[in-house]
Design a binder for this molecule. Structure first.
Ligand code: PRP
Ligand code: MN
Ligand code: MG
Length: 187
């Protein structure tokens, strides 16, 4: 298997750009939640890198929790149905929650999770998503801490996968066309 860089067609967001955004968001979150008991909820698996980077850049103590949700199968198409692969192992009742996501595509994952956490009695639910494919939204989601708006290209890296690979790339990139075995199915 060749070096990960040799699979990449072009980079969309560089490592320094990711770090700059996360520094800026972390400073804002630290200010907004100063004196509050904040619970960060990352959506596994894609948000794992964003969660690590954001949490380490915060200057306030927070609780880290994880929920594993899936809207994509092996391909590049969102299925539209949310599957809970692993639920939270704590109650969110009365808690201030910041959901940490890697990307908003159709918006269905976040729409579902915001509604779910509110129905479980959270005191507040806000969202940080590193990337946003604004042109692909099918449902509306309020994002308090917006990330980079990217075009409708299938991206990998910094947690994002294609068929479970490339999550360990340290930037956001588009793979070479021959890497996408289901190419042509994307609208
Ligand atoms: C991806 C991504 C978001 C979601 C966005 O997760 O990490 O969680 O899809 O798509 P949506 O806005 O259309 O719902 P995926 O289902 O691929 O699972 P993963 O995080 O384990 O890769
Ligand atoms: Mn995900
Ligand atoms: Mg995925």
């Amino acid at each position: 298997i060749a070096d990960i860089q040799s699979h990449i067609d072009h980079e969309l967001v560089s490592k320094p750009q990711i770090e700059e955004l996360i520094r800026r968001v972390a400073a804002q979150v630290s200010q907004d939640y100063a004196g509050k008991d904040l619970l960060l909820v990352a959506v596994l698996k894609g948000a794992v890198n964003t969660m690590t980077a954001l949490s380490q850049a915060l200057t306030i103590p927070v609780q880290l929790e994880f929920m594993s949700l899936s809207s994509y199968g092996a391909g590049t198409q969102s299925s539209g149905t949310i599957t809970v692969r692993k639920d939270l192992d704590c109650s969110v009742r009365g808690r201030h929650i910041l959901i940490v996501e890697d990307i908003i595509d159709s918006g269905r994952t976040l729409r579902w999770l915001v509604d779910e956490l509110n129905s479980r009695g959270a005191a507040s639910v806000e969202v940080f998503a590193l990337l946003d494919k604004v042109s692909r939204h099918e449902v509306q989601v309020d994002v308090k801490y917006p990330g980079y708006v990217i075009p409708d290209e299938f991206v990998v890296g910094f947690g994002l996968d294609y068929d479970e690979r490339y999550r360990n790339l340290d930037s956001i990139a588009v793979l070479k066309p021959q890497e996408y075995q289901d190419q042509g199915e994307q609208s």
